[in-house]
Each structure stands twice: as structure tokens, then as C-alpha cells.
Design a protein around this ligand. Structure first.
Ligand SMILES: NC(=O)c1ccc[n+]([C@@H]2O[C@H](COP(=O)([O-])OP(=O)(O)OC[C@H]3O[C@@H](n4cnc5c(N)ncnc54)[C@H](OP(=O)(O)O)[C@@H]3O)[C@@H](O)[C@H]2O)c1
Length: 318
């Protein structure tokens, strides 16, 4: 079968189409004919050899897919650690979910990582229950894959949302999804913007995926008992935080890693229970910015690593 293979660790150019052996399904797994894959920032890091637990190359890239399950011909979307970007894949049965009929394969492929991560970030922030309505959340990279999913979920939870992006054009598109306060960080320091917009009160939670100085800066954006949810370091800089800053506001910092949480059946089932309800009511729909054929996976990876994407980048496998 044809697959997008990380031939060696490096930049986007290491992603190449190769013929690989067809996968087999172990117990608790299913075979899927893949139609499309969702590209994630984690794929960029995996290609560079910078993602924890990555096996040595050559390996098939890709963490999420949509396709036809061999067992019952049902269209499913699934989450895995690699091996999604191929004509066929095998994945854990419990990490495959049915795709709504009106969705395209690309939309299915764009769902698992972004929506589970976004929902679980709200869960870690304590905002999936009665505390939510009216609470304030600052979402970094709000125009990205996780960001656009977080806006759709935040709207359903009744939150006041603030989001950062590098461009006015991207912010306008996220406003259409329900973002109330767009902050262009190229034009205004986001900490200053949050002070102004919240009358010096701050926000209840920050979704932080930039790393470097941004963890501390995000803590400074909080109001009393606020929480920063850390789940990435897209700047490539090591997160810097002096924990003494947390004392004054009774603030806290929580880690979130879908790779780890996806092994927790109860957490995933509860998240799916809520997400699938919203999906069946037509409230969630993945936002796809760009679609690439599998031959152009390197270009797709380059676009994401340069931060030029809007929403999700999808790779068509056929
Ligand atoms: N822990 C987890 O389980 C988990 C799960 C999913 C994703 N993540 C993390 O969440 C973050 C977002 O992932 P994603 O796949 O949804 O990507 P994404 O948000 O679609 O793309 C990254 C966005 O980050 C912004 N950005 C800011 N500084 C950047 C920089 N130095 N380099 C590149 N982009 C930069 C860019 O938007 P602007 O131009 O608007 O600034 C860019 O579009 C990543 O850090 C990823 O590793 C973590």
C-alpha cells in the first residue's frame, strides 16, 4: 500500500510516499481503508524526531484518520499515535467513532485530536459543568485546529472567549464561529489586551500551547483561582515558570496530553458522550482551512510549521 513515510528525522522534506506492507489488526484493533488524514502540529514534531515515544524511522506518519472500517463498511474517524497517513491503517476499536452522515471524510479526519483536546482542556479547567456560563477563557492560536474547535465548544458552554492570532483576517473568520474578543498579538500585547478587555480582572482560564515566556505571561492574565492549561510549546522554547507566581491568586497550572488521556477509557467515553450529543444536534463541525493530496504532505507540513494554516489541514489519501 502507499503511505506517507517519515524516511528519516528532519524537516517537511523527509515526508515521502513509499510502498509499505499492509497493516494487520491485533486483538482490540480494526482495519480501516483510509480516505483522509488530519495533520497536527505533533506530526511536525514527530518528523523532526522531537515527539516523545516516536520509534526510529522509517515509520508511517499521521495521528488521525477517517475511512471505511473493513468489518462493517462504516465510515469511522480514529486516533492513533502514527500510521494514519496510508491507504490502510489499523487502530484501536475504542478510539474509533462513527462519522455523521452529512460530514465529508476530511471533516471526519479533522475531528478526533482537535475536539477531544479542546473538550478535555475545558474539563481540566473545571468548565464543563455548572461553573461554565459566563466564565472567561483566553485561547492562544485561536484560529488553529484546536483553537477553532475550542471556540465551537466554548460557545456551547456559554463562555466569554478571548483569542490570540497573528492576523486580522484569521480573527475575522474565528469571530464568525463565535469568538467575542479577538486579539492580534502582532499589534497588541495580549496581556495588556486582557487587562483592558476585562477591566483588570483577568480570565478564569488560559489554553496555553506556545511555551517559553508565555506560561508565566498566561498566569499573569488570570483572575483569582484561575487555571492555565498547558498542552504544547509551538514556539519550540522550553516553558519558563517560577511557581511562586501562583501563590498570589491561588492560581494553578494543569498539564494536558491527549496521548496519555486517550488510554483512559472513562475519560474518553465521558468526553465522547458530550461531543457526540452536540454533533448529533448539528452544533459541531470541523473547520478545514486547506486540503492537500498525499503527494504534497511535505508542503502541508511546511504550511503548518510556518503558522500559515487556518483551522485544520487535511491530507487526502485517495
Ligand atoms: N497536548 C496535547 O494533547 C495536544 C493535542 C493537540 C495539539 N496540541 C498542541 O496544540 C498546539 C496547536 O496544535 P494544532 O495542531 O491545532 O496547530 P494549529 O493551532 O492549527 O497551528 C499552530 C498555530 O499556532 C500559531 N503559532 C503561534 N506561534 C507559532 C510558532 N512559533 N510556530 C508555529 N505556529 C505558531 C499559529 O497561528 P497564528 O498565526 O494565529 O499565531 C499557527 O497557525 C500545538 O502546540 C500542538 O502541539 C497538544
Amino acid at each position: 500500500m502507499r503511505a506517507i513515510v517519515i524516511s528519516r528525522f528532519g524537516g517537511p522534506e523527509v515526508l515521502q510516499i513509499e510502498n509499505m506492507p499492509e497493516p494487520t489488526a491485533d486483538s482490540g484493533q480494526e482495519l480501516v481503508q483510509v480516505e483522509a488524514g488530519g495533520l497536527n502540529f505533533a506530526d511536525v514534531l514527530t518528523a523532526r524526531g522531537g515527539y516523545p515515544g516516536t520509534p526510529k524511522p522509517p515509520l508511517v506518519a499521521g495521528r488521525e484518520f477517517c475511512g471505511i472500517r473493513a468489518k462493517d463498511n462504516q465510515r469511522v474517524m480514529g486516533y492513533t499515535q502514527w500510521s494514519a497517513f496510508a491507504e490502510q491503517t489499523s487502530g484501536k476499536t475504542e478510539l474509533m467513532w462513527p462519522v455523521p452522515q452529512q460530514w465529508s471524510a476530511g471533516e471526519g479526519a479533522a475531528f478526533p485530536v482537535n475536539y477531544f483536546t479542546a473538550y478535555l482542556a475545558y474539563w481540566k479547567a473545571g468548565l464543563t459543568g455548572s461553573r461554565a456560563p459566563g466564565a472567561r477563557v483566553l485561547i492562544h492560536a485561536v484560529a488553529g485546529g484546536v483553537g477553532t474547535a475550542a471556540v465551537q465548544v466554548g460557545k456551547l458552554l456559554g463562555l466569554e472567549m478571548y483569542g490570540t492570532s497573528s492576523s486580522e483576517e484569521k480573527l475575522d473568520r474565528v469571530r464568525d464561529l463565535g469568538l467575542q474578543h479577538g486579539i492580534n498579538y502582532k499589534q497588541q500585547d495580549y496581556e495588556e489586551a486582557i487587562k483592558e478587555l476585562t477591566h483588570n480582572e483577568g480570565v478564569d482560564t488560559v489554553f496555553e500551547m506556545l511555551g517559553g515566556e508565555h506560561v508565566t505571561k498566561s498566569v499573569r492574565c488570570l483572575r483569582d483561582f484561575g487555571r492555565v492549561i498547558v498542552y504544547g510549546s509551538a514556539t519550540g522554547e522550553k516553558p519558563a515558570l517560577d511557581t511562586r507566581i501562583l501563590y498570589a491568586k491561588g492560581a494553578s497550572v494543569h498539564g494536558l496530553w491527549l496521548t496519555y488521556l486517550s488510554a483512559n477509557r472513562q475519560v474518553m467515553q465521558e468526553a465522547w458522550h458530550q461531543l457526540s450529543q452536540w454533533m448529533s444536534q448539528g452544533h459541531l463541525r470541523p473547520v478545514i482551512g486547506q486540503t492537500f493530496p498525499m503527494e504534497k504532505a511535505g508542503d502541508a507540513c511546511r504550511l503548518l510549521s510556518e503558522g500559515k494554516n487556518f483551522g485544520k489541514i487535511v491530507i487526502q489519501m485517495k
